[in-house]
Design a protein around this ligand. Structure first.
Ligand code: PLP
Length: 447
């Protein structure tokens, strides 16, 4: 106990001291007071007009054949898709060995079993050969995941799935707008999901969407959505406050002290949950939790936020692409370009994060952790689930060897960083890479 308190004391002190600490959430810095008041007016109400407007915008921006159905998160949208396909006990759903606990829990809620296919080391997304090796007579759905903005190379999956009449769902939670062979992510599969969580490409604080091609199944998903309740009013109120809070404080100058403050608060006060985190972090799936219904509708305030994000999307995409180009030239300048997967060199991707692997020759990860909130470094294990034992998600250790190996060495750098902070982040990275390159050189000299 005493040891934990001392550890926490020093952690708080370190966080308070951070003058430059980059979060993985790109807040709504453009938000005016008037816009924030508009969000407050939308709190707790259902607004069909706004929903239709957002659906039309999502359909055209994402180049889809039809409109989506909106839920309070992508996992809930996924769950509705699973139900629409009648997936349940005895069935298997193939997920990617870099996924989030909430996706596994959505499968487990239906009574079906998740099966994990390994990732592709070149894209960090679904690997076609691994998926084909997991298909069995019980497979009822294959999920193809596009990671960090890189489209997965899934041609062989789509082909095999069509032959065997297995539906494919594209998980675009962390990749929006990227194209491969002129096809935008999400447009090929029978279904596609998108997330509007605050760490994702289109930040609505919360929210998710599913596109379903089959008309009857689309209708079923619409019915599920219509029967779902809204998020509780008090939770929406807290979330709308959080949007403003992030707008003011989620920038590199204040983010460290803010985390310190939150840490103290979490010890002193047991606050009510703000996000839909009850089935994250390795919690065993339950049919219901005490805070919100599963599935729930997407709140109207979040719809409005995503609409504003979509209006800015053409510019946002350019900013992220340009920033990636700068990041790549920085790595090249330090002769570290070899660390970066070739996929990032394609001009057709809209990056969310630059992910790469370091076989700890230097202390790059530790040094980066001084400037970037590496607590949000994704896919250090095949399933993002805190420190929980992955067997609760039916994950068999060793079943995704590439994901497990990459997990030990993966490093993420955010690409959805506001223009205002990019220069400072590049300068910091320059310093970190310089040290790393020196470490690697002296290691080589010693050998
Ligand atoms: C790859 C992937 N898919 C789906 C989701 C679920 O998104 P949501 O939080 O909106 O349910 C996540 C969440 O982090 C994710 O990383």
């Amino acid at each position: 106990m005493k040891k934990t308190m001392i550890h926490m004391f020093f952690k708080v002190l370190r966080l308070f001291n951070k003058r430059f600490f980059v979060p993985f959430v790109c807040a709504h810095f453009y938000l005016t007071k008037v816009q924030h008041n508009r969000l407050k007016q939308l709190c707790g109400i259902e607004n069909k007009e706004l929903e239709s407007e957002l659906n039309a915008h999502l359909q055209s921006t994402l180049q889809m054949d039809g409109p989506p159905v909106l839920f309070a998160s992508a996992r809930m949208a996924f769950y509705a898709g699973l139900l629409a396909y009648g997936i349940g006990p005895g069935d298997e759903v193939i997920l990617t060995g870099f996924t989030c606990a909430v996706m596994c829990n959505a499968v487990l809620r239906t009574g079906a079993t998740p099966v994990y296919a390994d990732v592709n080391g070149g894209t960090f997304g679904t690997d076609a050969t691994a998926v084909l090796g997991c298909v069995s007579a019980r497979t009822k759905l294959i999920v193809v995941q596009h990671s960090f903005g890189i489209p997965a190379d899934a041609d062989a999956i789509f082909k095999a799935a069509e032959q065997r009449q297995i539906p494919v769902l594209e998980d675009c939670a962390i990749s929006v707008g990227s194209t491969r062979q002129n096809q935008m992510v999400g447009t090929i599969g029978d279904m596609a999901i998108f997330s509007f969580d605050h760490s994702k490409p289109l930040n609505g604080l919360v929210g998710g969407a599913i596109f379903v091609k089959d008309k009857a199944r689309f209708q079923r998903v619409c019915e599920i959505q219509a029967q779902s309740p809204s998020l509780p009013m008090a939770m929406q109120t807290r979330q709308i406050k959080q949007v403003w809070h992030e707008r003011r404080l989620y920038h590199p100058g204040l983010y460290g002290p803010l985390l310190a403050f939150n840490l103290i608060k979490s010890v002193l006060l047991k606050s009510k949950p703000l996000f839909l985190s009850e089935d994250g972090d390795g919690a065993t799936p339950t049919t219901q939790n005490e805070f919100y219904s599963y599935p729930s509708k997407m709140p109207a305030y979040a719809m409005q936020l995503v609409l504003w994000e979509l209006q800015r999307w053409p510019e946002t995409q350019l900013i992220r692409k340009r920033f990636l180009t700068e990041l790549l030239s920085l790595f090249d300048r330090h002769q570290l370009g070899g660390l970066i997967q070739e996929a990032y060199r394609s001009p057709d991707i809209v990056p969310l994060r630059l992910a790469f692997c370091v076989h700890d020759g230097g202390n790059l990860k530790r040094r980066l952790g001084r400037f970037i909130d590496m607590g949000w470094n994704w896919f250090e294990r095949p399933i993002i689930a805190g420190n929980k034992d992955l067997s609760v998600f039916a994950y068999v250790p060793g079943s995704c060897p590439v994901a497990e190996a990459i997990g030990h060495t993966i490093v993420n750098i955010p690409c959805h960083v506001h223009k205002r902070f990019q220069k400072s982040l590049l300068k910091t990275l320059d310093w970190v890479l310089c040290h790393y390159a020196n470490d690697v050189r002296s290691d080589t000299d010693l050998r």
